[in-house]
Design a binder for this molecule. Structure first.
Ligand code: SF4
Length: 348
């Protein structure tokens, strides 16, 4: 069976031509899939009967199904749980901002990075997602809301740069004017800092925003929070960020999770400032979203803003991120854990 989901126009044309059909049918088929959300070949009435029959006999639309939907009380965040065809689950979140919908996409099932605050990494990496499975996360929201998508952030479960080829293909599909037409500038790729892949991404020539999970001002603290960071010294990560800025002109964002008694002292803020030197960047301060399985807590509000003020007093651009969707476990991996636990409990 040929999977026709998440194909570029030339790929789909090639499939149809090989099946003995005219090239222009590919565009009609794409319209059904991505504009009208028709996934039953027999309902694609604009296609000739012989093509509908051929598709039914030879092709599949291999995309995950939505098994659970949760909305936050303030309706600002919606989270979907999707079941993949091998029975794995992935989560995807839509944040409804005033400027439009932004989707947080997962790139792997599970994750190998081992960040201490993250539920997605508890069972390690299970597998990479295909570009089609990532695209399906975007279209799941199109189906649910039938509203345009403004931007995407690759910040769900997984380390995107460990699934490099599929992530790149996914971003190109999202950029395709006939699919989602999302500007590369409205795409943010978040990484733990896989240094060689940052250089490679910089050389692709795509003006994607790079967000680096820094979370510490030095290697000693960083290695404790992000065990995978031992492979890449923090100085090398900053050097790669400089290269990225130079090549793409895109200001890099550093994500910094604030954890009480770990990385949130005023000395830590000063050290962070010195580490970044003259690099033009944005610092996104994120008070940790404490969950039931970890014993890490956010600093006091006073401490959070004092940390921010140290950075801004040096002329740095540093903001404190508003937490969205706490009550629906919007942090990655939490809804999946809860759902699997519920299924296990109900089958006891
Ligand atoms: S925060 Fe991201 S990179 Fe770190 S373990 Fe979780 S999913 Fe992986």
């Amino acid at each position: 069976m040929i999977n026709i989901w998440a194909k570029t126009l030339p790929e789909l044309e090639d499939i149809l031509v090989r099946g003995g059909f005219q090239k222009f049918r590919a565009k009609q088929l794409r319209d059904y899939l991505y504009k009208r959300f028709v996934f039953d070949f027999s309902e694609m009435k604009q296609l000739p009967a012989n093509l509908r029959e051929w598709l039914s006999a030879n092709a599949v639309i291999d995309k995950p199904e939505i098994v659970k939907e949760q909305k936050s009380d303030d309706k600002d965040t919606t989270k979907l749980l999707l079941r993949l065809d091998d029975g794995s689950f992935i989560e995807t979140v839509c944040m409804h901002h005033v400027y439009g919908n932004s989707i947080c996409v997962s790139t792997q099932v599970g994750c190998a990075m081992g960040c201490v605050f993250c539920a997605s990494t508890q069972k390690g990496l299970e597998r990479n997602l295909t570009a089609g499975e990532m695209l399906a996360q975007m279209f799941a929201f199109r189906e649910v809301f039938d509203a345009p998508i403004h931007s995407l952030v690759l910040m769900g479960s997984g380390e995107p740069l460990q699934n490099y080829e599929e992530v790149l293909r996914f971003m190109r599909l999202c950029h395709d004017p006939e699919l989602l037409n999302i500007s590369y500038r409205n795409m943010t790729l978040s990484t733990c800092g896989i240094v060689p892949r940052i250089y490679r991404l910089a050389d692709e020539g795509l003006p994607v925003t790079l967000a680096i999970s820094l979370h510490a001002p030095n290697d000693e603290i960083r290695n404790r929070i992000l065990p995978s960071s031992r492979a890449f010294p923090i100085e090398d990560v900053i050097k790669a960020a400089r290269y990225y800025f130079k090549k793409t002109g895109r200001r890099v964002t550093f994500e910094y999770i604030l954890i009480k008694d770990v990385n949130s002292s005023l000395e830590n803020a000063e050290e962070l400032h010195r580490l970044l030197g003259d690099l033009n960047c944005h610092i996104n301060l994120i008070p940790i979203n404490g969950t039931e399985h970890i014993k890490l807590f956010p600093p006091s509000t006073n401490q959070i803003f004092r940390f921010q003020r140290v950075l801004t007093s040096h002329g740095r651009n540093a903001t404190v991120r508003r937490q969205m969707g706490d009550e629906i476990q919007a942090a990655c991996g939490q809804l999946k854990r809860r759902f699997i636990q519920d299924v296990k409990n109900s089958s006891k």
